[in-house]
Each structure stands twice: as structure tokens, then as C-alpha cells.
Design a protein around this ligand. Structure first.
Ligand SMILES: NC(=O)c1ccc[n+]([C@@H]2O[C@H](COP(=O)([O-])OP(=O)(O)OC[C@H]3O[C@@H](n4cnc5c(N)ncnc54)[C@H](O)[C@@H]3O)[C@@H](O)[C@H]2O)c1
Length: 307
């Protein structure tokens, strides 16, 4: 009898990783989670059936203990972009990626990894995969290096499938442990649910490409079926403002809270407008998002936040 497909998910206890685990398990895939639980919540994995390996992606010994696998989805990273320990950031995000990449190259198995829209920095929007990359913090630089290395490796003959996904602004269930680095949607929901006026930088017209975690997890898993290595934007293709989120939340929570605007201390370093160009995503993966911002926030509140 043919064995089930086996996939290792690094960072599987985190926000996006745990949704990926759940999509894979719903498809009958045998999942292995590799996570050191440094920035996660065990509750994210309460429904997971697969084997949990509590270890660091930098621990080379752990790779020797892994069973035969078909693919790796790499989501482990330091995700707090404000962390000031650059050594730690580079070590986990870039050296950790190298370890995972080398493991996949040695075993000749597929790799789908989480990159970030942060690599575009304050570059022009809609952001295209081929445009000049301008990372403006160490986190974004670490992701930029991963993309450069992936491209170098895939240019060589006989490379297994390697797909980088530049996630835009992801929101949804399982992000509570991220606290200040959780999505704007989560931050504003918490304030407004407590009857507080939502606080945003003046004048709330900054725009982001917000994508629901269910779409991100589904498309990440679908990327395992691609035939050629590539780097793709994973966004909705529609930038929406902070004011839009506030209006949607007011409507769904049946409130009428006015925004409390304050000065943006990061003026100049701040991405005012991010939007994914999804031409390459649509053509290559043959799919885009199922959830608009309205539908995603509604699903998030109804199924998770208000429970
Ligand atoms: N959330 C977003 O909006 C967003 C946007 C762009 C890119 N990404 C990328 O998506 C991936 C997942 O992000 P997330 O939002 O789920 O963040 P998260 O912090 O919830 O998840 C990261 C996971 O990695 C684990 N981890 C960290 N260091 C580790 C190590 N050394 N060894 C093993 N496990 C380790 C953490 O415990 C956590 O479970 C990351 O690579 C992140 O850079 C996220």
C-alpha cells in the first residue's frame, strides 16, 4: 500500500504555520511539526494529529532524526520586526533557512517557504516580484537573503521544487500570541470590542494588502503542486486603508466609534501603501483569494474572536 504524503511544517505552532498544518491534515497528509515554541501558542495545535517535534531549526541533529518526507513548508522565523537583536534575527531567519534548504537539497524534496512583502520596502506599489527590492529593516533583509539564495539554487540543474511566497499582511485566528506584532485587524478589534476609540496613525488612509489566513494557508499548500520553482506574491491585489478596517469593524460590532488619530513616529520609514501585483500568482498558481477584507473579518469575528 502506498504511504500517505508526508510534509514537515516548520513554525507549525505559530499563527500561519498552524493553519497550514490544519489544511494539510484535512487533505489527509501526514504532518510533522518542527517548532521550538518560542513565539507560538500550543492551543493552535490542539486539533493537530501529526507528530510534534519541539526543536530549533538551527539544531542540525534534528534533521537526521526526520523520517522520509515528500516536502517541507518552512514558516519558522523570528517575526517580530522590531526585535533589536540583529544577530538572533539573522541567525534564525537566514541561517535557519539555509539549514532547511540544505536538508531539502540533500533529500531532493520540495520546499515551499514563507518570504515577505517586507522585501519591497517603500518601493512602488502594486509590487511586482521582479521589481527592485529595498528591505528597510533586518527582518526584511533576512527574507531578502532567503529569496536571493533560493533563486541562486534554483538556477542550478536538478534543483528540487523551491517556491518562495511573499506574504503580504496576514490576519486571522491563531495570532493572539503575536501581541504587538499581530495584525492591525486584531489590534483594532481588541480596542473596539472594549468600547475604546480605535487608535491609528494620522489620518488612517495608509493602505495595506490584508490577506486572510485561510487564503494564505490554502494557497501555500497548493504551491506544493507547482511544476517549476518560483517566487510569488501572496496578497489579495487590493490595498485597503486602516479607516476601511474601522468601518468594517464598526458595522460588524454594531458600534460607531470614531478613530483616534495620532502622529506617525516612523514617518519616512513606514510603508504607506503596499499592494501585491498578483498577475504572476494568478497565472502560476491558477487561483487567488476567496475572502475579501469584509468576508475575512466577518469570518474571523464570527468563528473565532467572539467565541
Ligand atoms: N503574519 C504575517 O503577516 C506575515 C507576513 C509576511 C511573512 N510572514 C512569514 O510567515 C511565517 C509565519 O509567520 P507567523 O505570522 O505565523 O509568525 P509566528 O511568530 O506566529 O510563527 C513563527 C513560528 O516559528 C517558530 N520559531 C521561531 N524561531 C524558531 C526556531 N529557531 N526554531 C523552530 N521554530 C521557531 C515560533 O515558535 C512560531 O511558532 C514567518 O516566516 C514570517 O516571516 C508572516
Amino acid at each position: 500500500m502506498q504511504r500517505k504524503m508526508r510534509v514537515l511544517v516548520t513554525g507549525g505552532a505559530g499563527f500561519i504555520g498552524s493553519s497550514i498544518v490544519s489544511v494539510l491534515e484535512d487533505k489527509g497528509v501526514e504532518v510533522y511539526v518542527l517548532d521550538n515554541f518560542s513565539h507560538s501558542d500550543y492551543k493552535n495545535l490542539m486539533k493537530a494529529k501529526g507528530e510534534i517535534i519541539c526543536a530549533d531549526i538551527l539544531d542540525e541533529a534534528v534533521y537526521k532524526r526526520l523520517p522520509e518526507l515528500d516536502a517541507v513548508i518552512h514558516a519558522a522565523a523570528i517575526t517580530d520586526t522590531t526585535l533589536t537583536d540583529d544577530t538572533k534575527m539573522m541567525n534564525v531567519n537566514f541561517n535557519g533557512f539555509k539549514s532547511v534548504l540544505n536538508f531539502c537539497l540533500d533529500r531532493k524534496i520540495k520546499l515551499v517557504y514563507a518570504s515577505s512583502a517586507g522585501v519591497y520596502g517603500t518601493g512602488p506599489s502594486p509590487m511586482k516580484e521582479a521589481q527592485k527590492l529595498m528591505p528597510h529593516n533586518t527582518y526584511a533583509y533576512s527574507k531578502y537573503l532567503c529569496d536571493c539564495l533560493a533563486q541562486k539554487v534554483t538556477n542550478k540543474k536538478n534543483s528540487p521544487l523551491i517556491v518562495g511566497l511573499r506574504y503580504f499582511n496576514v490576519y486571522g485566528f491563531g495570532e493572539h500570541h503575536k501581541q504587538k506584532s499581530a495584525s492591525m485587524i486584531y489590534q483594532l478589534y481588541l480596542q473596539m470590542a472594549e468600547e475604546n476609540r480605535p487608535r491609528v496613525f494620522k489620518y488612517g488612509e495608509q493602505k495595506r494588502d490584508f490577506i486572510y489566513v485561510k487564503d494564505v494557508a490554502r494557497m501555500t499548500v497548493e504551491a506544493l503542486n507547482l511544476k517549476a520553482s518560483t517566487i510569488l506574491n501572496l496578497g489579495t491585489g487590493k490595498a485597503r486603508s486602516f479607516n476601511d478596517i474601522i468601518s468594517i469593524l464598526n458595522r460588524l460590532l454594531k458600534k460607531n466609534l470614531k478613530p483616534d488619530y495620532f502622529d506617525n513616529l516612523y514617518e519616512g520609514k513606514y510603508q504607506d501603501y503596499t499592494e501585491a501585483d498578483i498577475t504572476h500568482l494568478r497565472k502560476t498558481l491558477g487561483t487567488t483569494v476567496y475572502f475579501s477584507l469584509e468576508e475575512g473579518i466577518k469570518d474571523y469575528i464570527k468563528s473565532y474572536l467572539s467565541c
